[in-house]
Design a protein around this ligand. Sequence first.
Ligand code: KG4
Ligand code: ZN
Length: 353
Amino acid sequence: MLIVYFCEVTISFMKQKPCYILGIESSCDDTAAAVLNHNKVLSNCITNQEIHSQYGGVVPELASRAHQANIIPVVEQALKRAEVKQNQLSAIAYTQGPGLLGSLLVGNSFAKSMAMGLNIPLIGINHMQAHILAHFIDNKHQKLPSFPFIGVNVSGGHTQIMIVKNHFNMEIIGTSIDDAIGEAFDKCGKKMGLDYPSGPLIDQLSKNGNSEKFTFPVPKVKELNVSYSGCKTAFINFIEKEKNKNSKFIDENLNDLCSSIQLTLIKIITQKIEMAVQKTNISSVVIGGGVSANSEIRNFLRKKEKNNGWSIYLPSIEFTTDNAAMVGVAGYYKFLNKKFSDLSSVANPRMSF
Ligand code: KG4
Ligand code: ZN
């Protein structure tokens, strides 16, 4: 009891002084840097790598090279916008994994060198935890979630349902057994000739489409796990078959195709979110990752809040896709708990919780 009281007093004392955290994100194809004062975002900068769109997906070697070119300018820009000098920083948090090895290595080496040069703590962050912790960014318009809650990560590389017990204790209770949801959006989009990443375009085009025009299979997978590869393959085969009959099939049906596949991809995860709430009796649901920007999944959650009394937490759009503010806020909570990384820590492409 006394120890808890002492910790709370220490944390509230620490909150009175500035605590500047530099967050760095380089797990895939976005080079991003942000500066936070405690959990308040002062700057959030990002350099997207346009080069991948011509290949229809991320090319790891090109991503790594682009990170090397972008990382110094983006960090400088984040510090400048925040009006914070390097020597005012309290710690450097960076994405240690999971992600592409070549991309992670750039953030890892840069963060280590900078932390060593400034003699401040280095904090390695799990990218998937950071997507959830984005909800702890100080935001006047949104309440902070309270523990425990159901965390749902829907991104280009992961689909996870978990019980979040505290900032760093997240237990995965459901995951994809094959492709991730964002990957399925992107591959279906590619088949329709849309640019990468296709998720936002499918979302946009769906608005003028009929979601019941075409039906695609929703796989039966055990417990809270999901599968995306069967539905994606069914979609690709269906397009091939229809194109053989009518070469203009995609152009003539683009909005309906987008709307129908979006409905199916979202249904696969939302039925498992519903099951997770029933099983755990926890009706507070926090969603993160690029696909949490999707209007269909947001509408599903809003309806659940209205009709079933769930408490739902939707991130601001700028914190849905990869960003460094989420890495900075995760770093801030680790900083408060003195969970620092060793300067010998390595990038971990398969990092788990
Ligand atoms: O979290 P994120 O930026 O990167 C990973 O950690 O993977 O997620 C990127 C994914 C891409 O697959 C992209 O197509 C998808 O998020 N995405 C969307 C939307 N916005 C981004 N998918 C569906 N609807 C959207 N509005
Ligand atoms: Zn991500």
